[in-house]
Design a protein around this ligand. Structure first.
Ligand code: ADP
Ligand code: MG
Length: 233
């Protein structure tokens, strides 16, 4: 028992340490980015310097992404309150938020949700989960592809949310690597999104399953008990 306590204490401090380090790294990144943006306005700067500035800022943005996601892994959200969240509203707000992200590639987001479905959950965490899954769906989509988000009540008092894309899909080998920290096939990926989703789902005794066919698309099925009991620690 003593060993167990020690172990969980160590994990807690590791998480806190990660959060502190992430914070400390973010501050200097912000300063450097600020200066680079200033230099962009500088008319006396020579051409080659000027050309490299957007690339440097882009690289800083990538680093900032990793830091943000690491932060949310080690310290999910400050506010740990749960409430009865209307799934329809939560999904619509994510669809609206990411609509413009899909427009670049002429992707459509469709929402089909059974009204009156609620989950007892932390609102921010549900949002974070949905944003990560839908973002991945958009990023996997081919030009003109459609992302369908559905939600319905199952017979056993559970709520099922599905995010279905007709994008690039994954091979069996890719599927086995899914959720490994920093596993990403994207040039600008962090490889932390799936892990973040897994953590959130687990916390509320839910499940998340991926079905995928290379070149055909992916279905992510998330299931929550409608009145979930928090699984802490
Ligand atoms: P990131 O999005 O930063 O790459 P994630 O953890 O969110 O990191 O996803 C890891 C990898 O899983 C992605 O790089 C991608 O290869 C794969 N993946 C996730 N969702 C999908 C999807 N809907 N379709 C195809 N591949 C996916
Ligand atoms: Mg992602």
């Amino acid at each position: 028992y003593y060993e167990q306590v020690k172990h969980s204490e160590r994990l807690k401090t590791t998480g806190e340490l990660a959060a502190a380090v992430a914070h400390e790294i973010r501050n200097p990144l912000t300063v450097v980015k600020g200066y680079l943006q200033l230099y962009e306005q500088d008319k006396t700067l020579d051409e080659s310097m000027k050309k490299s500035l957007p690339l440097l800022i882009d690289e800083l943005d990538s680093a900032e992404q990793v830091i943000s996601q690491l932060l949310s892994l080690s310290r999910p959200t400050m506010d740990q309150n749960t409430e009865s969240v209307d799934i329809e509203r939560a999904i619509n707000s994510v669809a609206e938020l990411l609509q413009s992200y899909g427009i670049l590639n002429e992707n459509k987001i469709e929402v089909v949700v059974e009204a009156g479905s609620y989950i007892e959950i932390n609102k921010m965490e549900l949002h974070q989960l949905l944003v990560n899954v839908v973002k991945n769906a958009i990023e996997a989509s081919k030009a003109g592809g459609t992302i369908l988000i559905t939600a319905k009540k199952l017979k056993n008092e559970k709520i099922e949310i599905k995010v279905i894309d007709d994008g690039v899909g994954m091979s069996e080998e890719q599927m086995t690597l899914l959720g490994t920290p920093f596993y990403s096939l994207k040039t600008k990926g962090t490889g932390l999104g799936v892990m973040i989703c897994n953590n959130i789902v687990k916390k509320y005794n839910g499940s998340i399953k991926y079905e995928s066919l290379k070149d055909c698309g992916t279905t992510v099925a998330i299931c929550f008990p409608s009145k979930s009991i928090l699984h802490r620690g």
